[in-house]
Design a protein around this ligand. Sequence first.
Ligand code: AMP
Length: 406
Amino acid sequence: MSFKRLGLMLPLAEWAETMGYSEPTPIQEKAIPQALVGRDIIGCAQTGTGKTAAFVLPTLQRITRSKVIKALIVTPTRELATQIEEVVCSCAGYTNHRAMAVYGGVPYAPQARKVRRGIDVLVATPGRLLDMMRRGDVDLSAIEIFILDEADRMLDMGFLPDVKRIIKALPQKRQSMLFSATVSPRVLDVINGTLNEPLYVEVGRPATPVKAIKQAIYPVNAMQKHDLLVELLKRRGLDRVIVFTRTKRRADFLSRVLSRRGVTATIMHSDRSQSQRQAALAGFKSGRFRVLVATDIVSRGIDVDGISHVINFDIPSNPEDYVHRIGRTARASADGIAISFLSNEEIGNLRDIESLIGHRIKREQLTGFEYTGQFVPNQNRTANVATKVAYDGGARRGMKRRAKRR
Ligand code: AMP
């Protein structure tokens, strides 16, 4: 049993086997043995690498069952909190620990009642946790293990002061683990001085998309994106597809268009309530909806197995979002396909992405689709000669905009 080899006790190794994990992923291989002996860890790993199990398994092995909170996992979004909760609770079924997640957007009282009844592991988003600390509904004085998940995301979302306040409330003597897709000095600052000779574990190049993902660019006139998407979904019989748009309004509109054209679709963005988001994710997971239309705010939080395609209806202006978006497919070992629709206006954004990932993405066309308008889709054109495309006003505008930003 390969997980036992890492030093994990039998019930936890059995859990991994039941989950169908035949071998530890690289982050698990590196982090688990060290975490088991109590070492502090900085893990540079994206979602999709198996990092959740990498911190959950050793945590459950190290803490005793006592119904007082011994381990605290802080993560930026509700979606991530519930996903981690799923993993912890399923693992805890093998060790008889009690675990739960607390997060905002849902009634406070039931969560507080459950916490007061006694748990061993608490998963929390910063806001709700601070609320509970203020109201005296949570006692962090017995924490032995503290895990900060998606630290870079936490900073992007402005949680730095909250996280600092939480860390201050923890016992000084504890094991800490920090996980982040990127580990910049800014990220390290969050926990500066609180780690004890941490082991630095990095898997893959953080900004490089998972190798298993086949990427393609579909150049298209902006006005034809809806038609191209519907055609693509229908012709290839795609289901379990996440489609990313640039804005919430575009997500709402697109989902309406898809539904009108007979493609079941649901939406996920930050204006949706917690229960709407949960219903969307559940409906998507169960196959009730073929398409999940989402914006970037949730791109890191979605963990659904078997997503074959990620389609970027709009190219993201932040190149790192591209990496996070396409990471929703090809989770763990499955292969995935990422298709990005490129209109003339977005050529500048694509150039930024290609320079981040270090290679040019192949241009493709949907054969038989009637491309119209000024756009001349050309498979051989590189992003570097984008200014020679028939209509390039948008591209030049994009370049100017970026030049100004710099
Ligand atoms: P994470 O990076 O924690 O979000 O995990 C991403 C996905 O990988 C989840 O769907 C896990 O169930 C899966 N996973 C975690 N560990 C393994 C493993 N050792 N082998 C195969 N899949 C795994």
